[in-house]
Design a binder for this molecule. Structure first.
Ligand code: HAM
Length: 413
């Protein structure tokens, strides 16, 4: 039996690759002063229905069901509503701005396509309680540095920066009300993915057409987010960013700066996306905790495809995923098994990763197992006890040492 479509098994190799990605995410987020949090996998369906229009993509993709009490529950499709709920409930406990990140699994009933799964891992970083362009720039800079952490450079990816504020002004000038504006933004989000005729049909009630949207995008000035661009320039990161008003984002709650990160060859879906959502936390606390916020999510799936396709990033991952240099204890004389176990225990206590044969085996076989396990050295225990041999597997060199001197010769990992 296989895993469900869109769901993944993580065999040890895949787990090692996943752990590598998570370690880079965590290390870079901490460098930016973000602290980790998490929430529950299941939420009340209402949490997602509250802020989204009927028919919103994220609602169509919800894995939801009724529990025994008849309550509608949903597997989390994203973190932002959970974060907003948690912050709204307890924001007074935390100094502002709050810089929170998480690495969690999410579930969306997506159509099968490259870069999209039904369960995926997503890193989220959110900066809460600060509305300045400096906060926007800090968030975008983190997205850039996360990718640099995997070995990518300006030639590999680009952050496309936009502003829903500019869209709102444009739509107000064209007489769109809030519902009309939401409809136009939903269509603008699909300009690159859906045929123009189909979008024109959807846009009809607003009196606008695809041509009008394209015209606005082409004429777009980066006026609204110029301070964000200059803060990124001051950090030496402007080469990673391009103003682009065609980015509007699919989720309903964004209010200001929005951005998505793409590979330069544009052959993959977005690596990450996010933006400012100043009304969401207030909305979930009936205005009690009206905090501005900005954040983004970066998934592991598209990122994995880009690492696969980029030799330098792939080499870095391979090096990180290689088993750390361990020690294999070869038991050449079964009469010495009890002594060998003592040695295993002692060098594990030193912090080494140690393996040994669980049942009698030929010495040749044990050396093969040592190499397969990725051990750098083998400690051979045989008839010469209490004298031991330490073999360096790569160079096939060996040295002899007394059992009592072993810890000193091996050193600490
Ligand atoms: P999102 O654009 O829906 O934003 O997702 C962010 C990233 O998660 C995407 O760019 C993609 O890499 C990954 N992703 C999303 N769906 C899937 C999927 N089905 N399979 C694989 N990867 C996927 C959000 O989720 C917002 N909540 C981000 C945010 C945080 N905004 C503010 N704070």
């Amino acid at each position: 039996m296989l895993a469900l479509p869109g769901f993944r098994d993580f065999y040890p190799e895949e787990c090692a690759r996943r752990n590598y990605v998570v370690e880079v995410w965590r290390a870079v987020a901490r460098r930016y002063g973000f602290v980790e949090f998490d929430g529950p996998t299941l939420e009340a369906g209402e949490l997602y229905r509250k802020k989204n229009e009927e028919g919103a993509e994220i609602l169509d993709q919800l894995y939801s069901f009724r529990d025994r009490g008849g309550r509608e529950l949903a597997l989390r499709p994203e973190m932002t509503p959970t974060l907003a709920r948690m912050v709204a409930a307890r924001e007074k406990h935390y100094r502002k701005p709050m810089k929170w990140f998480c690495v969690s699994n999410f579930f969306r009933h997506e159509r099968q396509q490259k870069g999209r799964l039904r369960e995926f891992l997503q890193f989220n970083a959110d900066l809460i309680g600060e509305s300045s362009p400096e906060a926007d720039a800090e968030t975008v800079a983190l997205a850039i540095d996360l990718l640099r952490g995997f070995g990518f450079g300006v030639e590999d990816f680009v952050v496309r920066l936009s502003d829903r504020g500019a869209w709102r002004e444009f739509l107000a000038s064209r007489g769109c009300d809030a519902a009309g504006a939401a409809l136009v933004l939903a269509c603008a989000d699909k300009l690159e993915r859906e045929p123009a005729e189909k979008l024109d049909e959807k846009l009809a009630p607003t009196g606008l057409a695809v041509g009008d949207l394209r015209e606005f995008i082409a004429a777009g000035s980066p006026g609204a987010f110029a301070p964000v661009l200059s803060a990124l320039e001051a950090r030496g990161l402007s080469g990673f960013v391009e103003p682009d008003l065609s980015i509007v984002r699919g989720l309903a709650y964004y209010t200001g700066v929005v951005f998505e990160v793409f590979d330069r060859s544009k052959s993959l879906r977005a690596l990450a996306g996010g933006g400012r959502y100043d009304g969401l936390i207030g909305g979930l606390s009936d205005g009690a905790a009206d905090l501005p916020a900005i954040g983004f999510g970066m998934g592991d799936v598209v990122l994995g495809h880009l690492i696969d396709a980029t030799p330098a990033a792939d080499a870095r991952r391979r090096a990180a995923c290689m088993s750390s240099c361990g020690i294999y204890v070869v038991i050449a004389d079964e009469a010495r098994r009890a002594d060998a176990l003592r040695v295993v225990q002692e060098i594990r206590d030193l912090g080494w990763r140690v393996d040994f044969p669980l049942k009698p085996a030929k010495v040749g076989r044990q050396f093969q197992d040592a190499e397969a396990a990725g051990a750098a050295r083998a400690v051979l225990i045989g008839a010469e006890w209490p004298e031991l041999k330490i073999k360096t597997l790569a160079t096939r060199t060996e040295e002899v040492c007394e059992r009592s001197a072993l810890a000193g010769v091996l050193g600490k990992p």
